[in-house]
Ligand binder design. Structure first.
Ligand SMILES: CSC[C@@H](O)[C@@H](O)C(=O)COP(=O)(O)O
Length: 353
């Protein structure tokens, strides 16, 4: 069974409301850019690639209905600007906005409004297929790289947050690597962290693993070091919201402590992300804006209070893992690179941000 986080056909977009998972499978209609903005902000849809794809598809839905009238370029610009502001840390939406705007401006030189709308819609629709294809390449490169260190054995992976079909157009990034290992018959088990405070691991990764028959064990975030020591972990593989020029990587909060622990235990630590998650315009992770989310994500679960009333809360959604700790490599659709190799590998392949 393949989980679908995004359902799209010309003029119609639905998203699986991830706030209701794993107990309820409810698809919601996205009629407009504003609907998508709200779904992204409230995390009904989340994960760096899925955010960009849903944002852009919502624009395609509006364009198909004739939005922008005689001046679609202005409508596209304003919509993309709004969508990009929903969540600041993941770079994918910002990159898609930049590339799409450049494309729309070029097209507008020789096409009328109707033709421009059509070509922008096609550009956006291609994103779905591109993302799945890139994820399959990431899965394959990552699996081969990990297996090259253990030629005969099955492997045990530890992962964090949710980076699977629910976070992308399909297949997934870090969870795509796990999926590829499983398909090859070489995955012994994946340990997935609960991923407090929003529980993407226990709600979403666990849900994907169970649905697809991937051997998986859930642990709390605080069990990660012990799991590394006791459970013969072959590699830690996580996703990314933004990888900058020196390889420093912003990902779901808790990633940094996993990388420190992996280093202590001599376990290779991998980041799996499409090149669209890379941002060569920033030199180091210090320049990444980290989203701070509402305190209620820590102090309650499904509206039920779990913390002492009145306590102050700090809830950064992401942390930055320094490149020195990414010892396995950065797995992209172009290959696996050490942080020190990333900039040269991607230069000329990415549009400037
Ligand atoms: C393929 S998803 C990669 C990352 O976006 C993922 O690891 C992550 O940090 C998601 O955070 P989220 O806050 O759930 O959007």
């Amino acid at each position: 069974m393949t989980l679908e986080s995004i359902r799209y056909r010309a003029g119609s977009l639905q998203i699986l409301n991830q706030l209701l998972l794993p107990h309820q499978t409810t698809y919601e209609e996205i009629h407009s850019v504003q609907d998508a903005y709200e779904a992204i902000k409230s995390m009904k849809v989340r994960g760096a690639p899925a955010i960009a794809i849903v944002g852009c598809l919502s624009l395609a839905v509006e364009l198909r209905a004739g939005a922008g009238g005689d001046d679609p370029v202005t409508f596209i610009r304003e919509s993309l600007c709004h969508l990009t502001s929903a969540r600041p840390t993941a770079v994918n939406m910002g990159r898609a906005a930049r590339e799409l705007m450049e494309f729309a401006e070029n097209e507008s030189m020789e096409k009328n409004s109707e033709q421009l709308r059509e070509s922008v819609i096609s550009w956006i629709e291609d994103m779905l297929e591109r993302d799945v294809n890139d994820n399959k390449k990431i899965g394959n490169y990552g699996a081969q790289h990990i297996l090259s260190g253990v030629p005969r054995d099955s492997v045990t992976i530890l992962t964090h947050c949710n980076t699977g079909s629910l976070a992308t157009a399909g297949y997934g990034t870090a969870l795509g690597v796990v999926r590829s290992l499983h398909t090859l018959g070489r995955l012994k088990r994946v340990y997935c962290t609960e991923t407090r405070p929003y529980n993407q691991g226990s709600r979403l990764t666990a849900y994907e693993a169970v649905a697809e028959g991937i051997p998986a064990t859930l642990i709390t975030d605080s069990m990660a070091a012990l799991t590394m020591r006791e459970m013969n972990i072959t590699a830690v593989v996580v996703g990314a919201d933004r990888v900058v020029a020196n390889g420093d990587t912003a990902n779901k909060v808790g990633t940094y402590q996993l990388a420190i622990s992996a280093k202590h235990h001599g376990i290779p630590f991998y980041v799996a992300a499409p090149s669209t998650s890379c941002d060569l315009s920033l030199e180091s992770g210090r320049d990444i804006i980290i989203e701070v989310r509402p305190p209620e994500e820590l102090t309650s679960i499904n509206g039920i209070p779990i913390a002492a009333p009145g306590i102050e809360v700090w809830n950064p959604a992401f942390d930055v893992t320094p490149h020195q700790l990414i010892t396995g490599g950065i797995i992209t659709e172009l290959g696996v690179f050490l942080p020190s190799e990333l900039q040269a590998a991607l230069t000329g392949r990415l549009t400037a941000l």
